[in-house]
Design a protein. Structure first.
Length: 268
């Protein structure tokens, strides 16, 4: 997939988009279908969306990017809050000339998408919320683990944690390879930002077409949290993918794409 850098608030932000490529500094062509902006999770990178960029490029204009400090973008620190990540996203939309977009957002990215729908609703066409919740409740063990990794007191975890049933080893290894692209310090402070975010009381103010898609075996944003998220947004749809865990974009891309394609057909 073509990628390039844009200066956003003093950061060199890595943007991945569908072919064709364009000259350095020039925004990609985003005229096909709907503009789809993909938001990654805590400590993650735009590279997790590679299958989705390829699939949706046939009919739409998909864009993914690394937030500052993540993946190939510049910066050594996490942004301080979910609101700061939302503000960074709006600045990127402005730079790319995207007036409004369908946000396809996973985990922490889902919190950012909710914040955008509340504070910048004119920039939101629709919401596709994956493996997320209005409040993501992290275990103390997981936060403590990444604190110790950050401090050099524990190795990075390469385990099947978070995955669903019968995930091939190659897919987990792919995820571990992407995991190490972002400094553990950034992931840890992302988790602290996630812990502080709670949109449960404000879901009734989200007035955009929305679909909540989750894995039946997701231990991070479990089925009951996904159901509550969908119930709190007026008119929101919900799709549960059997056997899947937290990483739908990698575990069950075909089922995920089918659900999103059907939703996009219904969004005017």
């Amino acid at each position: 997939m073509p990628s390039k850098y844009f200066d956003i608030a003093g950061y060199a932000v890595n943007v991945v988009h569908a072919p064709p490529s364009t000259l350095p500094g020039a925004a990609p062509d985003l005229s096909r279908g709907k503009a789809l902006v993909f938001l990654h999770g805590a400590g993650s990178t735009a590279a997790v969306w590679q299958r989705q960029i390829r699939h949706f490029a046939e009919r739409h204009s998909p864009v993914a990017f690394d937030w500052p400090g993540h993946g190939r973008s510049s910066g050594t620190e996490a942004l301080p809050s979910i609101e700061a990540y939302a503000d960074c996203t709006i600045a990127l939309l402005d730079r790319l000339g995207i007036r409004r977009a369908v946000f396809v957002a996973t985990s922490m990215g889902g919190l950012v998408a909710l914040d955008l729908a509340l504070r910048a609703s004119d920039r939101v066409h629709a919401l596709v919320l994956l493996s997320t919740a209005a409040r993501i409740e992290l275990s103390a063990e997981s936060v403590d683990l990444w604190r110790n990794v950050m401090r050099g007191r524990a190795p990075q975890p390469f385990t099947p944690s978070g995955y669903g049933d019968d995930v091939p080893f190659e897919l987990m290894r792919e995820g571990w390879g992407l995991q190490v692209l972002t400094d553990p310090r950034v992931r840890y402070f992302d988790l602290l930002a996630v812990e502080k975010a709670d949109y449960r009381a404000r879901l009734g103010d989200v007035r955009k077409p929305a679909i909540v898609i989750h894995g039946a075996k997701d231990p991070i944003a479990p089925a009951n949290a996904a159901a509550a998220l969908a119930a709190g947004i007026a008119g929101a749809e919900r799709v549960e993918i059997p056997g899947a865990g937290h990483y739908l974009y990698r575990e069950k891309p075909d089922a995920l794409h089918a659900a999103i394609d059907a939703f996009l057909e219904r969004v005017p």
